[in-house]
Design a protein. Structure first.
Length: 397
């Protein structure tokens, strides 16, 4: 089942592993099964910033993650400064707090002056998945020929500062402690909205690239892209996409999509039960006297049956979860869920009690429900993952 790149732990904040009910591997499996190789990317410049960071770090003998984070933060802050009212990217709160005084590499490469979860962090798998890099950890990745071309396309843009200076030279001076321009062509050259046609073409070609092997990663992306059609603004409804895939004679792929969606529904129902339990515990309500909770447990059984009835690929961890949830009694079923969670809820001496992260449950819930933080992360649903590919493909054109 490990036929795609799985990132090292350094690329995932710890909170992203929460509320998977022991299904982390299954979640990643289904995301990659349906939309492989794009990580959490939603726009082309994510790739360019990261590739440029790797290229410059090698030249300057610095850590790539630090350089890439700084480039990204600078690019975002330049766009924010250029149009504060319209800016909707990351770092807005930090930029508003710091106003215009914070512009050095040392400061902007620090999460205190930008964000904890950068675009780069959700780009790691995509760099390897689209063959722009080799390696598994960002700090040890090497650019492929295509990845190097992408980096050069961004870095070799000229007309920055006095004369015909390049982005490359401006960034190297900035990283080494010099001041950098806050306006002018550098905003256009470095910001998300300034992505060039050359960069778009590189990523577009990688998304559509073929590879050897039965139903390869690249082919699955191609099937979806063809099913999107020509509309670059509104993605077709999922049922329409499945019909178009069937016309492509990709029935097995459709079955996998249906299985992945059923898996999502099963997991989401389990998460709802965890949150409902936590709410009842705070209110000192007896769990099994609550009608809503009992209805959710009934719903979970229904979602499990729906998952079992799908014809797509089943991950072994998902099957194990299904087998564990076959308890007929609500009490035993709920205890199994609490034991699987172990974060918000846990089981002690046969009793459901507060877990070690009980007090963080609202933050975790907001993270899971906030589409701006999900991009294509493991928390996002299969449908959102497909929408992510649609957005990335649209940015390539």
């Amino acid at each position: 089942m490990n036929e795609w790149f799985i990132p090292e732990p350094e690329d995932f904040p710890s909170h992203r592993a929460l509320l998977h009910l022991g299904l982390n591997k299954a979640v990643r499996y289904y995301r990659e099964l349906i939309v492989p190789g794009i990580g959490g990317t939603i726009f082309v410049r994510q790739f360019s910033w990261a590739a440029a960071g790797i290229a410059l770090a090698k030249e300057l003998k610095r850590k790539p993650a630090k350089i890439a984070n700084g480039i990204e933060a600078l690019a975002c802050k330049l766009e924010w400064k250029n149009n504060k009212d319209e800016y909707n990217g990351r770092g807005k709160r930090a930029f508003n707090r710091d106003i215009n005084d914070v512009w050095s590499f040392k400061e902007l490469s620090n999460e205190k002056h930008y964000v904890q979860v950068t675009y780069r962090m959700s780009t790691v798998r995509a760099l390897a998945g689209l063959c722009l890099t080799t390696g598994t950890r960002f700090n040890t990745m090497e650019l492929t020929k295509t990845g190097n071309t992408l980096a050069e396309t961004l870095l070799n843009q000229s007309g920055v500062g006095k004369g015909s200076g390049t982005i490359n030279n401006a960034l190297k001076k900035w990283i080494n402690g010099k001041e950098i321009l806050h306006s002018g062509k550098i905003v256009q050259c470095l910001g998300k909205s300034g992505v060039t046609n050359e960069e778009k073409e590189i990523i577009r070609n990688r998304l559509m690239a073929d590879s050897i092997g039965e139903l390869s990663n690249f082919q699955r992306r191609t099937y979806l892209i063809k099913a999107f059609g020509r509309n670059k603004i509104n993605m077709p409804e999922l049922d329409i996409i499945k019909k178009k895939l069937k016309k492509q004679k990709r029935q097995d792929y459709v079955k996998n999509i249906e299985t992945a969606i059923a898996f999502d529904a099963m997991l989401e129902c389990g998460r709802t039960i965890v949150y409902k339990c936590a709410e009842l515990i705070v209110s000192n309500v007896e769990l099994f006297q609550n009608k809503d909770l009992c209805n959710e447990l009934k719903k979970l059984r229904s979602k499990i049956k729906a998952f079992q009835n799908t014809k797509g690929k089943k991950h072994e961890d998902a099957d194990a979860f299904v087998n564990l949830m076959q308890e007929k009694g609500d009490a035993k079923l709920l205890k199994n869920i609490a034991e699987r969670d172990g974060s918000i809820l846990t089981l002690s001496n046969g009793n459901i009690i507060k877990g070690p992260l009980f007090d963080r449950r609202k933050d975790i819930e907001n993270d899971n429900e906030n589409p701006d933080k999900q991009d294509g992360s493991e928390e996002s649903s299969t449908e959102r993952k497909i929408r992510q590919l649609f957005a990335l493909w649209g940015d390539c054109n």
